[in-house]
Design a protein around this ligand. Structure first.
Ligand SMILES: Cc1cc2nc3c(=O)[nH]c(=O)nc-3n(C[C@H](O)[C@H](O)[C@H](O)COP(=O)(O)OP(=O)(O)OC[C@H]3O[C@@H](n4cnc5c(N)ncnc54)[C@H](O)[C@@H]3O)c2cc1C
Length: 488
């Protein structure tokens, strides 16, 4: 780690020097660009069909060097970019490039999520992450305001989460709530009778206990956070490039561990970015790579050789993150519950929440392992609603007997098949690749805190505010699960 930090310092220095050069270069580039534009105008004025452009525009290309390259410009990649710039010791010290292959985010998880935020997790570390993130959302303009731009409104609905437990899950729920309160979350337990009094539209059959978030829980607009981060990091000097990371060029070093095992340490020197609608790629020299490629981060890790080694070895251990398709259905129910409706997670695994003010609701249910749909496309299975979701909804809220599905979509969970939790921090062998991925359905709400943790690790070599060492990659090799049970 000391070696890595030393190298990073050196690279940052090189980055600084490089930037001085590039600043000088950019002023001459400005003169050059001005002259070229005059020449172009002259050529166009004398030629018929004025759209002819004899000179190649390179403004869409990434820079030749960047201290940090972030693969993936979703909420996690942008949050890492934000915190790197926010925590850098000297303004402009670190050059950060975000490579995103689709600037419309049409398949990215962030925009397809349902925007929930809660502290009702089974692991203390997840409670801590979400507590910080809700504070970030509440004060979003203290963090993400940009001079002369309108303030952000994340449209936070503080309606709480309501988790329902059967007889079998009641004791676990009680323990979880105790832990959540110790961590500072405002959550209360409710008996079925209390539940009926507060939410008379719920059928409490099969419910032994409920836990209800009194503060800091509900849902918000994922796009506001995404665009707010994007706008802010651009104002902080982060560069963006539309293209796909297709290759890493690295050097290797053979080393022996204390127990005599031979390992190969790798360091990425260059990231190849395939430009949009082109066969061309651009090499970008870098010191650090952040793998924030969401559901595709397992594939990006493979590009760096992660998991390509003999089975059972650290080298042969894959990043166990893959796309898992999840459906969201939006329905209208004229007699449905009103404005006080929380984000409900039923004993059956079905969840729903209110959407807007017109008796619309959205929700869904994670399939079982056997039912996992083919992730090859984002088509919606409407039978899944009829067969798996609706019966449970109508059982829990009898008013939902009469509803009309108005819309539906599918998105990918960035699913960690090992223990459904995030993967954060550096890879032990590919020493300058850092992860911010694998949150399996709760990555949106934790992005503000995770970005900060990754930036701390990159800049200081250790986690400073929230100890995320349980989320290090090494757990996959060691077989140490940090299972999060409250995943819907
Ligand atoms: C239906 C659904 C509901 C959800 N509900 C919630 C919720 O209520 N609360 C919550 O907290 N979370 C929720 N989530 C999970 C949450 O959306 C994700 O955990 C989070 O958005 C992950 O953010 P990300 O930036 O890692 O991924 P993404 O938003 O997917 O961004 C990753 C980006 O990487 C880019 N990329 C991938 N490979 C490359 C490459 N090689 N080169 C360049 N770019 C690349 C992709 O184009 C993509 O834009 C939900 C997810 C889904 C699908």
């Amino acid at each position: 780690m000391a070696m890595l930090r030393g190298l990073l310092r050196l690279r940052l220095l090189c980055g600084l020097l490089g930037r001085e050069l590039s600043t000088r270069r950019s002023s001459s580039t400005l003169d050059w660009a001005g002259k070229m534009s005059e020449i172009k105008k002259k050529i166009q004025s004398v030629l018929p069909g004025g759209a002819w452009n004899p000179l190649y525009d390179t403004s869409h290309l990434p820079p030749e060097h960047s201290d940090v390259v972030i693969v993936g410009g979703g909420v996690l990649g942008l949050s890492v970019a934000y915190w790197l710039k926010k925590l850098e010791k000297q303004r402009g010290a670190i050059q950060v490039l975000v490579v995103e292959r689709d600037h419309t985010y049409s398949r990215a998880s962030t925009g397809l999520s349902v925007g929930g935020i809660r502290q009702q997790f089974s692991l203390p570390v997840n409670v801590q992450l979400s507590l910080f993130s809700v504070d970030f959302l509440r004060n979003i303009n203290d963090y993400l305001a940009v001079v002369d731009d309108p303030p952000l409104d994340p449209r936070f609905n503080p309606s709480g989460y309501l988790l329902l437990a059967s007889e079998k899950g009641a004791a676990i729920m009680e323990n979880n709530v105790k832990m959540q309160r110790q961590e500072g979350a405002k959550v209360c337990l409710m008996s079925p009778e209390q539940l009926r009094n507060k939410f008379p539209w719920i059928n409490t059959e099969g419910v032994a206990l409920a836990s209800y978030g009194l503060e800091g829980e509900g849902w918000f607009d994922p796009w506001s956070l995404l665009w707010g981060l994007r706008r802010k990091v651009q104002s902080m000097g982060v560069l963006f490039c539309q293209g796909e990371v297709t290759r890493f060029v690295s050097s290797s070093n053979r080393m022996e561990t204390t127990n005599g095992e031979e390992v190969t340490l790798k360091r990425i020197h260059e990231v190849h970015v395939k430009m949009d609608h082109s066969l061309e790629y651009q090499p970008v020299e870098c010191a650090i790579v952040i793998n924030a490629a969401g559901a595709w981060s397992g594939q990006v890790a493979e590009l760096a050789g992660i998991g390509k080694g003999p089975p059972g070895t650290l080298q042969g251990t894959k990043l166990p993150v893959e796309p898992r398709k999840r459906y969201v259905y939006l329905w209208h129910c004229p007699e449905g519950p009103g404005l006080e409706t929380p984000f409900i997670a039923d004993t059956s695994g079905v969840y729903f929440r209110r959407e807007g003010l017109g008796n619309n609701y959205l929700g869904g249910c994670s399939p079982t392992e056997e039912e996992e749909p083919n992730p090859g496309n984002l088509e919606v299975d409407h039978d899944f609603f009829q067969d798996k979701v609706w019966p449970q909804l109508a059982q829990r809220v009898p008013a939902f007997e009469n509803l009309k599905v108005r819309r539906a979509w599918a998105g990918y969970y960035d699913y960690n098949t090992f223990d459904q939790n995030g993967v954060v921090g550096p890879h032990p062998l590919v020493v300058n690749m850092y992860f911010a991925t694998g949150f399996s359905g709760h990555g949106l709400q934790q992005a503000p805190a995770v970005g900060r943790a990754v930036a701390e690790m990159v800049l200081e070599g250790h986690f400073q505010t929230i100890n995320l060492s349980p989320f290090l990659f090494s757990r996959f090799y060691l077989g140490e699960k940090v299972q999060e049970y409250n995943i819907f």
